[in-house]
Ligand binder design. Structure first.
Ligand code: ATP
Ligand code: MG
Length: 337
């Protein structure tokens, strides 16, 4: 059986350069590398989107999420399947079954839940339960690889636990996804990528950070983005070296330069070793980032809503066929059929 790589990217608002370099681009590179021999499932997690407030139109935002993959260079072939989660009812149905084998104890330990609910009584149940929906997203397709950021590792572990528990109780049904260490290795990395906040480089760049100069949005005017790089916080050590402890700002610029141009970080570090003029480095990185934005935005503008909407029915037909077969097996095993 062909192995499956699966990913979904919630797009409730615009993305940052950090999201692009840390999540979107690695997935596109992985998909392009493996789609000859693996299934690559890329879905729009629109049911996940509604656990938080949505700014703008959900329909527009979900189409944009597929456009981002295409603009980032995703190559399509018969093994790449694009679909909307809400168009495959099996996701919600398997969630219910898995809800009945997940425990309050393990769910209550989810860090994302604790952070997002802040212990408030008014937090919606979806925020508590979405890791189970995520498990259903993965298990319906027997996915082995689910490239996600470090913040989602606990949910991958939960998925593995639920699958093992189900298999143990009802007989072999689900493929257990690889553990997170194997996943990271599969992505060709030692650790997750973490692009820093331009103004406070000891923190990561986040789309929810209010400071405009802290982050570069994929929709930023390229000249404006270049100015943000030029005004990035550095240090007074007067040497260009990669050290996240003592020179987080300079290290971040070197990291961005390497990722944007798809060159190994070591090569960029060697190129700048011994140089002292931070302005020169900033100018180089500004140029790289503004060129990236120019070409990304140009490609994005060329992708019409129609093109994306025309791609989805085929992916959704495939997804329903695979997911419904798995769900039928589950219903039978638990005694509902
Ligand atoms: P928020 O501020 O709303 O949490 P965010 O920018 O942290 O937004 P998420 O939606 O939490 O983005 O994450 C989307 C994906 O981007 C995840 O896979 C996450 O690991 C990755 N990611 C987020 N920020 C960075 C960053 N600074 N560097 C690399 N990857 C990142
Ligand atoms: Mg985040």
């Amino acid at each position: 059986m062909k192995k499956t790589i699966l990913t979904g990217l919630r797009v409730n608002s615009e993305l940052t350069l950090g999201n692009y370099l840390g999540a979107l681009l690695p997935m596109v590179r992985l998909a392009n590398k493996y789609s000859e021999k693996y299934n690559v499932n890329i879905f729009i997690p629109d049911l996940h989107s509604i656990i938080s407030n949505i700014d703008g139109s959900l329909k527009e935002n979900t189409l944009r999420s597929i456009k981002y993959y295409l603009a980032a260079g995703l190559k399509l072939n018969e093994n790449v399947h694009l679909y909307r989660q809400s168009r495959v009812p099996a996701h919600a149905e398997l969630t219910w079954i898995l809800n009945c084998i997940a425990t309050m104890g393990e769910m209550g330990r989810m860090i994302q839940y604790k952070e997002k609910s802040e212990g408030k009584e008014s937090a919606n149940v979806g925020i508590f339960d979405y890791p189970v929906l995520m498990a259903a997203d993965i298990l319906l397709y027997d996915a082995s690889f689910v490239p996600v950021g470090e913040d989602q590792f606990q949910h991958i572990e939960l998925t593995r636990n639920l699958a093992e528990r189900f298999n143990h109780r009802f007989g072999d049904t689900f493929t257990i996804p690889e553990d997170t260490k194997t996943q990271v290795k599969f992505m060709g990395a030692d650790t997750g990528i973490r692009i820093r906040d331009l103004q406070n480089p000891e923190k990561k760049m986040s789309k929810s950070t209010p400071g405009e100069n802290s982050k570069i949005m994929l929709s930023d005017d390229p000249d404006r983005a270049a100015k943000k790089i030029m005004s990035a916080t550095t240090d007074s050590l007067e040497k260009i070296d990669f050290n996240l402890e003592t020179q987080p700002g300079i290290s971040n610029l070197l990291q961005i330069e390497a990722l944007v141009n798809d060159v190994p970080l070591g090569e960029v570090i060697r190129e700048w070793a011994g140089k002292t003029r931070y302005g020169d480095l900033k100018k180089q990185v500004s140029l790289s980032v503004s060129n990236l934005l120019i070409s990304f935005q140009k490609r994005l503008a060329e992708i019409s809503d129609d093109r994306v909407e025309n791609l989805l029915p085929e992916g959704e037909k495939y997804a329903n066929a695979v997911a419904n077969a798995k769900l039928a097996e589950v219903y039978e095993k638990v005694g509902l059929r």
